[in-house]
Design a binder for this molecule. Structure first.
Ligand code: C2E
Ligand code: MG
Ligand code: MG
Length: 562
């Protein structure tokens, strides 16, 4: 005979007597709720911690309203109603109560419906405090996230102005340590870091360990104030010393995200979210540093997330709103059309026309540039094939992102595209921006060798911006160097830059590559820059980027009528 069977048919008083006996050997609070009469019986222990006036409570739906955290009440009521109506026979919820001092207490409530005397439906069960379970972390001796939530919730509600800062600390390379040196090494690092933090902050300052490798410091202490910048710097120094003492056997650094104000009205959940964002900002900025929370950058981040969602939707919807534009590239000195650069455009209902300078980085961050890049490649190759009926050796330039090089099998895609479309490999030119990675990455070097073998040419894009380096030219053996508009504009304005461009062009020629000059808008600009001896020109003067149909009309159909 099971525990519940014993209760069947008992009166409320009898069950309550059993309950008080059981209560002696449990950490939880036992209860019975008569679903027919709305009478609630709770163990005496519960009345000490929570604002129940009595162990027997009439009209409990009303009374519980005082004990349950206001925004959780509707959820609880709906669940109890299901038990009353017979729709369900068990009750299991995690939600919040308020203790006698109105502090939030997370509880787990579980119960089962039994049929008591007179056929009443009785919900019998227990309430246990979640915080008690996850109170402390054996590894670091710190309190865990569950406790942070509980404490932060009441602090934020009762005394948000007392919070001086909240700092979330994360280890920059924790995964690496665990993977390379084993979990024990990871555990040691966590212990070490916990020690460092505790040594730096006042003992009245609260320190918690969150999941995995993150810690939370909450300063709402009645102690001398040490500002978060100093706290972070000192922690960094302590770690560096520790690492040095152990002869760099286990090298690690930490980043931190800090909130200093505007705590009022926020929930613990929000604090967790905002500090996580800020910590990630510090990591995105290059790790081993501290970032401060700013509402404006968080809003910006949310906007980017929304745009990322819209981009993903558009991609899943057959690339809706994406269109490949083409800008003419002409040869020098005859200004004949020899090719076009494929330039992606995106129009969304929500955002209108979005500049590639905005949406390309979002596609890159999210890896979405891989399917989009494939889409552009196939479109551009298809158009190139079509336009070769007008100009047999017409070529198309397609921009590539480093994400495509690193995270997709680019060689396979390019080969498949060339086969699918049926164009000569040398009709396709892949444009790459210079980047410090090329020199060091073997896989990418291998990719360049393969491309060369397959006779697919590369162009070095954006030359003159960032760190222009002739070595890249050698590394990627670019057939063409594309001089960026910003560099051309400078050369048009001053003699010095003009001379540099002129010399660069000579040098590129002596290395056997050609030069495409971008951004020529006016006749005078053309006249002046022609003297530097470029091989190709791409600029508004000869044509702005336009949709394929318009490009055809403007630049290719003339050929029909010739
Ligand atoms: P980019 O590859 O250097 O492309 C040249 C940019 O210069 C284009 O900007 C083009 O419209 C602009 N331009 C050309 N001539 C002139 C001119 O005479 N005056 C002015 N003011 N601008 C001129 P756009 O189309 O806005 O593209 C910006 C960048 O976005 C591109 O720079 C490229 O890095 C990136 N991008 C565009 N499409 C793709 C794509 O399909 N994949 C990847 N990965 N990146 C792309
Ligand atoms: Mg380009
Ligand atoms: Mg360019």
């Amino acid at each position: 005979m099971g525990y519940l069977d014993i209760l069947q048919g008992m009166t409320l008083e009898q069950i309550s007597a059993v309950m008080e006996v059981l209560q002696q050997c449990s950490d939880s609070y036992l209860f019975i709720l008569d679903l027919n009469t709305d009478v609630y019986m709770v163990s005496e222990k519960a009345t000490k911690r929570f604002p129940f006036d009595n162990t027997v409570i009439e009209n409990s739906t009303q009374v519980l309203k005082e004990v349950v955290y206001p925004s959780d009440y509707a959820m609880l009521k709906a669940d109890i109603e299901k038990c009353t109506s017979g729709e369900q026979d068990t009750h299991a919820l995690e939600y919040r109560w308020l203790d006698r001092k109105s502090r939030v207490v997370w509880i787990s409530c579980r119960g089962t419906v039994v049929t008591g005397a007179e056929g009443h439906r009785l919900l019998v069960g227990r309430v246990s405090e979640l915080g008690k379970k996850a109170k402390a972390d054996n590894l670091t001796g710190l309190r865990r996230e569950a406790r942070f939530r509980l404490n932060a919730e009441s602090l934020l509600r009762d005394k948000p102005e007392s919070i001086r800062y909240i700092m979330r600390i994360g280890i920059d390379n924790f995964k690496e340590i665990n993977e390379k040196e084993g979990v024990e090494a990871g555990d040691e690092v966590l212990q070490e870091l916990a020690e460092c933090i505790l040594k730096v902050v006042d003992e009245k300052v609260d320190v918690y360990r969150l999941m995995a490798d993150e810690f939370m410091v909450v300063d709402a202490a009645d102690a001398d104030f040490k500002n978060p910048r100093t706290v972070y710097d000192e922690i960094q120094k302590k770690i560096a010393n520790m690492v040095k003492k152990k002869e760099y056997s286990r090298f690690y650094t930490v980043s931190a995200g800090v909130m200093e104000k505007d705590f009022a009205g926020k929930s613990a959940e929000e604090i967790l979210r905002l500090t996580e964002f800020t910590l990630n900002e510090a990591k995105r900025n290059g790790r081993n540093q501290m970032a401060l929370y700013h509402q404006a950058s968080y809003d910006e981040y949310l906007k980017r997330l929304d745009m990322r969602k819209a981009l993903r939707r558009a991609i899943n919807n057959q690339f809706q709103g994406f269109e490949v534009y083409y800008q003419p590239i002409v040869s020098v000195p005859d200004y004949q059309l020899v090719g076009a650069e494929a330039l992606l455009r995106w129009h969304s209902q929500e955002y209108g026309n979005v500049s590639p300078a905005v949406f390309i980085p979002i596609l890159e961050e999210s890896g979405l540039i891989i399917p989009v890049g494939r889409h552009v490649l196939w479109e551009a190759a298809g158009i190139c094939k079509k336009w070769q009926t007008y100009i047999p050796d017409f070529h198309v330039n397609v921009n590539l992102s480093y994400v495509q090089l690193y995270r997709s099998d680019l060689m396979k895609d390019v080969e498949k595209c060339i086969n699918d479309v049926g164009i000569d490999p040398d009709s396709l030119i892949l444009e790459l921006t210079e980047s410090g990675y090329i020199e060091t990455n073997e896989r990418i070097k291998e990719l360049f060798r393969e491309l060369k073998e397959k006779k697919i040419d590369l162009a070095l894009d954006d030359f003159g911006t960032g760190y222009s380096n002739m070595r890249y030219l050698k590394e990627i053996e670019a057939k063409t160097v594309k001089i960026d508009r910003s560099f051309v504009v400078q050369a048009l304005q001053n003699e010095y830059d003009y001379n540099i461009i002129s010399h660069i062009i000579d040098m590129v020629h002596s290395l056997g590559s050609s030069v495409c000059m971008e951004g020529i808008e006016e006749k005078e600009e053309l006249a002046k820059m022609m003297k530097t001896n470029p091989d190709m020109i791409q600029g508004y003067y000869f044509g702005k980027p336009s949709p394929a149909g318009q490009f055809e009309e403007q630049f290719l159909h003339i050929k029909d009528s010739l």
